[in-house]
Design a protein around this ligand. Structure first.
Ligand SMILES: [Mn+2]
Length: 401
């Protein structure tokens, strides 16, 4: 069975308030090319279809129109899409039956009644080629805990394996889709974004009955256990720290064999660039914008060294500097000049000692740990004291009534 595995489209994402619709269209054009060339038996999208749980009407429409277009393009290919932690399971499920009437599977949540799961809707046969278990994101907290203290995923995956094995009398290959973090995975780029329920599962919990586990959630493509368990990665970078090639995977899955994975790079319409490579003073960083070619459509994050006191209108200056270019200025990255903190932050402090500290003392300790200059630290502390004073005055007037 040949599948195209992708995940984490995050449709509708606004990057520093820039609209990314044209970038998604660019990705879909490339995806169509790949599908026409590869003609896989199934296309699997393992969660995080949308960036937010309530995407705009235009974004929801783009998704639906695109899926229908792909279905028309390769009618024999099964399309299976599951919800991730960014998606609203119930909203995605509004159209579950409507999709199914077109032979497409879009699964929002796992049905459960009186503590028993209903798996019939998520075990999908791919012609005479194999089976896909379309498991959407499941909140860990909702899973029953096992007696040995382990997470309930193990029981869930075990039950799914048992159920699919009963149906799979022909001995066809079986693929499990899931949206979660695997322990020890490379989470490069994820620090900037809060990720729901980011506690990871061990690879052992998948058991040995699935021939391929098509994962979503982590945006960097990577695999575990001879490639049997893999992230295809996101097709577009959603943050500047996702500094790696973005891909979709073509996977050949056979029963009882290690899958063959080929990661196909999705070249971005607009790259996310942090320039220059090393942090430099603000004025010098601005000059790197001048050097960009007019053809360069990249999103730009300027790399500025930490110790410098930035002008208050630094954002406006950078935007003005890129006005006549086609790049999109986004933000600054502050690179610390020091390798290690000048002073470790609040080290060796007991809880009761911390409780007794004044806000200014905590702030001062933080500034010192960041290696921020004496003058700047004093300016900041003055501001903090002013705010504190204003707050206490407000508090007094509230109390006076
Ligand atoms: Mn994601």
């Amino acid at each position: 069975m040949k599948i195209l595995h992708t995940s984490d489209w995050h449709l509708g994402q606004m990057l520093y308030s820039y609209d990314r619709t044209e970038e998604y269209r660019h990705f879909f054009t490339r995806l169509k090319e790949i599908l026409r060339w590869e003609m896989p038996d199934a296309m699997l999208v393992s969660g995080d279809i949308f960036d937010v749980s309530n995407p705009s009407a235009a974004v929801a429409r783009m998704f639906k129109d695109t899926i229908l277009e792909l279905h028309t393009l390769v009618p024999d290919m099964k399309i299976i899409v599951t919800a991730g932690n960014h998606d609203s399971a119930s909203r995605i499920d509004i159209d579950r039956n409507l999709w199914r009437s077109s032979g497409i599977h879009v699964i929002g949540g796992l049905d459960r009644k009186d503590g028993t799961y209903n798996f019939s809707d998520i075990i999908i046969k791919i012609a005479d080629k194999g089976y896909v278990v379309a498991l959407p994101f499941v909140n860990r907290a909702s899973l029953p805990k096992l007696k040995n203290g382990k997470g309930g995923e193990e029981a869930l995956f075990g039950a799914l394996e048992e159920k699919v094995n009963k149906i799979n009398t022909e001995g066809l290959p079986v693929v499990l889709m899931a949206h979660l973090a695997v322990a020890d995975c490379d989470m490069q780029g994820h620090r900037e974004r809060p990720i729901g329920g980011f506690d990871a599962v061990d690879v052992e919990v998948f058991g040995s009955g699935f021939d391929y586990v098509a994962l979503g959630h982590i945006h960097k493509p990577q695999c575990f256990g001879n490639g049997r368990i893999a992230y295809s990665g996101a097709p577009l970078a959603v943050s500047f720290d996702e500094d790696f090639p973005h891909t979709v995977s073509i996977v050949n899955v056979e029963r009882g064999e290690s899958p063959e994975i080929e990661n196909l790079e999705i070249k971005p319409l607009r790259a996310l660039k942090t320039i220059p490579e090393e942090g430099v003073p603000f004025k010098k960083a601005l000059k790197t914008i001048d050097k960009l070619s007019d053809k360069d459509l990249s999103y730009i994050r300027l790399n500025v060294c930490q110790e410098e006191d930035l002008p208050v209108d630094c954002m406006e200056q950078a935007v003005a500097r890129s006005k006549d270019k086609n790049c999109r200025f986004c933000t600054f990255k502050f690179t610390s000049v020091r390798e290690t903190p000048a002073e470790p932050l609040l080290s060796g402090l007991k809880t009761f000692e911390f409780k007794e500290m004044e806000p200014c003392e905590v702030a001062e300790s933080y500034f010192r740990s960041m290696g921020i200059s004496e003058t700047l630290t004093n300016d900041y502390l003055d501001l903090i004291m002013q705010i504190q004073e204003e707050l206490s005055q407000e508090d007094d007037s509230v109390k006076r009534g």
